[in-house]
Design a protein around this ligand. Structure first.
Ligand SMILES: Cc1cc2nc3c(=O)[nH]c(=O)nc-3n(C[C@H](O)[C@H](O)[C@H](O)COP(=O)(O)OP(=O)(O)OC[C@H]3O[C@@H](n4cnc5c(N)ncnc54)[C@H](O)[C@@H]3O)c2cc1C
Length: 153
């Protein structure tokens, strides 16, 4: 990071407060991990009329001790010795690095609208299937650009 960032330490850092991220966070917390969920919006809002889904999953997580940081946008994964060790974020208070001792879970949405990623990571048959969710590919590419560039020449 150009400017200096504050740092916090966690066992598991989850990027994305949707169903996938919250379920992973609850599971990790139930195994005794100290978990933080990073969500760029104030609340999960991908599926229309689904506030109850997000509310109950988030409550389930908080009861297990998961910390949910909203308005926290993951910008990049930090890789050291071929391992993802932290997530760099923009927060209300500035740049922050969430260091993960055990795992980083990337749950920032699918890449079903990104033909190149589908061709590389999924099966050829799905490349031309139209995506329901049109705007998730760029999120995956943005955060994990340094990982993807290692996989796609
Ligand atoms: C209009 C519509 C209707 C749908 N209807 C249904 C349905 O009826 N039934 C069904 O099973 N599925 C439905 N889906 C599909 C369903 O929404 C997805 O399968 C599901 O949301 C995937 O969950 P997820 O947690 O993997 O990703 P998402 O729900 O996409 O969650 C990803 C989260 O990550 C956050 N995020 C993204 N980038 C960053 C970042 N850089 N930093 C921090 N946070 C970030 C996003 O804000 C979001 O909250 C529908 C989808 C759409 C678009």
């Amino acid at each position: 990071m150009g400017e200096s960032a504050s740092v916090s330490d966690w066992d598991v850092v989850v990027v994305g407060g949707g169903g996938t991220g919250l379920a992973a966070a609850a599971e990790a917390a139930s195994l005794g991990c100290r978990v933080v969920v990073l969500e760029k919006n104030s609340m999960h809002n991908v599926v229309p009329n689904s506030k109850s889904f997000a509310y109950h999953l988030a409550r389930h997580c908080r009861r297990r001790g998961v910390e949910i940081r909203t308005r926290t946008r993951a910008k990049a994964l930090v890789i050291e010795h071929d391992r993802v060790v932290a997530v760099e974020c923009d927060t209300k208070a500035g740049k922050h690095r969430f260091a993960a001792k055990r795992a980083v879970v990337l749950a920032s949405g699918d890449y079903s609208a990104d033909r190149e990623l589908k061709a590389h990571f999924a099966r050829p048959e799905v490349v031309n299937v139209e995506a329901v969710n049109q705007n998730q590919g760029p999120g995956v590419r943005g955060i994990s650009a340094n990982l993807i560039s290692r996989s796609i020449p």
